[in-house]
Design a protein around this ligand. Sequence first.
Ligand code: 5RP
Length: 292
Amino acid sequence: MKNVFDYQIEFSGLQNRMAQMFDPKSGHTVMLAVDHGYFQGAPAGLINLRKTIEPLLQYCDAISPTIGGLKTSIDSRMRTPIILRATGGNSMRKPEELDDEIITVSVEEMVKLNAVGFTVSCYIGLDSQTQTIQNLTSLTEEAHRFGLVSIGITAVGADPILTKFVKGEREDGGELTQEDKKEAIKYLKHACRVLSENGADIIKTYYCEGFEEVVESCLSPIVIAGGTKRPTKEALEFTYNAIKAGAVGVDMGRNIFQNENPVAMIRAVRAVVHENKTAEEALHLYEKYTKE
Ligand code: 5RP
């Protein structure tokens, strides 16, 4: 007897794009974020974008450039899935307006450049909250017509809570208190859930102690950004802790391309993300790769 539901009558382009970005065995991803220049100008480690990206490309499951970075610095014949930065319009020259982002890349441009998805920063709790959530919802709605993957970023650099949290210190440079850490979890839980309720397929945010709570209250899978450059051991530790807490991968930039040995670092991050190595085991691998 035949059951109509035994037949496959649909193919999901979006799922297929997710399958290109995520390792089928681990269900995790190591994406390389190199879009910082859209508001930072030329940050350390990204001065020569092509030179930075080339040796790392073979080790990333996806790459997150800006449209300018893609057009000028990534070879069209490369086969790594592209996640395009799709919002901006701000710059560090006007830090007080960092949250004032607009849509800067159309879905048509994403399709033309063969991106599998895009990122949108949303500044939850700041003046531009409505505008940046609308950036996410309008781009996601149109992009889903073409099966593209939408990644919502609970952005930093503008929110006082996150700024001190991501920097890992208080405004006065003092240690973060337990209160600060509780505040950060509350903010990240809230912001990640708002982005997932508004339709982001994947959320990108920062790791914090108690990250399990952020994962549990979010409807969508979460990848972590790395934030400002930390010592190698520390970066591998928060990567391990984030995966253990339920993150499905990283979309990491500065902790890879500003590391003393970026190739060794991305390979060590892969060992944590895809092979469940501990931070200590990954650090040994890092030291081994550094000598290769
Ligand atoms: C701000 C971004 C970056 O892609 C994101 O912060 C990831 O980079 P990093 O690991 O360096 O924080 O959205 O440019």
